[in-house]
Design a binder for this molecule. Structure first.
Ligand SMILES: N[C@@H](CCC(=O)N[C@@H](CS)C(=O)NCC(=O)O)C(=O)O
Length: 260
């Protein structure tokens, strides 16, 4: 293998190889015209059954399980491997071209919401569920929610990417991100030692945001036995019927993995 010498100034040479060659671009904006489908229900969700997408479908299923019939939603697949996220209709609702994105059509004017964390807060506030209205409990819930938003890129885009997807396997990034992924699980394990759920005694949007990422533990070659409190918390949440439903939206991706 010849040693890579970075250029003085980086420029785009396409395609740049690897499984994500068609997705990775240094420019934003639409690549083609495509309108999004719109159904009749109050919420239109454009998503995929990846951890970021599953957060939102699990939230909807939890709201429906609590009897909020106003939380009915149509879920439309956005096939990111085929470039659907770069269609003009999708870019109008998420200029960042990533799933999930939501259009709330329950009021007089449609409201677009993108970024899974913003969507969870929007729905939690709208229905008054899974996010305490004030006080230290709200601060704790939002702290862990935003912790997840900042941490996921190290796990998926960092460790998962270099370990599983990068066309060349390189020791330095794999070690760097494996260390960070394990450190994050240890953060959770310590927190869950004396808390039933992430933000305290109640199940909140912080759990809903973090759980789908932990559900990829096999793909990340992580043994949850090393993190017994995370395993306890993960298994409890995996048994919730709403989680089992939301995990498979918009497409059945099989059963939730349960650690031995
Ligand atoms: N911070 C965003 C991340 C969303 C994200 O990375 N989505 C991925 C799928 S899990 C995606 O759409 N990737 C397509 C692309 O990067 O082109 C969120 O939490 O909503």
């Amino acid at each position: 293998m010849t040693e890579y010498v970075p250029p003085k100034v980086w420029s785009w040479e396409q395609p740049n190889g690897g499984q994500f060659a068609s997705i990775n671009r240094p420019i934003a904006g639409p690549t083609h015209d495509k309108r999004l489908p719109v159904g009749k229900l109050p919420f239109q969700l454009y998503s995929l059954a990846t951890p970021n997408g599953q957060k939102v479908s699990i939230m909807f299923e939890e709201l429906l399980a609590k009897g909020h019939s106003g939380a009915e939603y149509d879920a439309w697949p956005i096939r990111i491997g085929d470039g659907d996220q770069f269609g003009s209709g999708f870019v109008e609702i998420n200029p960042n071209s990533k799933i999930p994105a939501l259009v709330d059509r329950s009021g007089p004017e449609p409201i677009r919401v993108f970024e899974s964390g913003a969507i969870l807060v929007h729905l939690a506030e709208k229905f008054g569920e899974f996010l305490p209205a004030s006080g230290p409990e709200r601060a704790e819930t939002l702290s862990w929610l935003f912790w997840q938003m900042g941490s996921a890129p190290f796990l998926g885009g960092g460790f998962g990417h270099f370990f599983a997807y990068a066309p060349e396997k390189m020791e330095y990034p794999i070690n760097r991100y494996a260390m960070e992924a394990k450190r994050q699980l240890d953060v959770l394990n310590r927190r869950l030692a004396d808390n039933e759920f992430i933000a305290g005694p109640d199940y909140t949007i912080a759990d809903i945001a973090i759980w789908p990422w932990v559900s990829r533990y096999e793909w990340q070659t992580i043994d949850l036995k090393e993190y017994p409190n995370v395993r306890r918390w993960y298994t409890t949440i995996a048994r919730r019927p709403a989680v089992q439903k939301g995990y498979k939206v918009p497409k059945d991706v099989g059963e939730i993995p349960i650690p031995a």
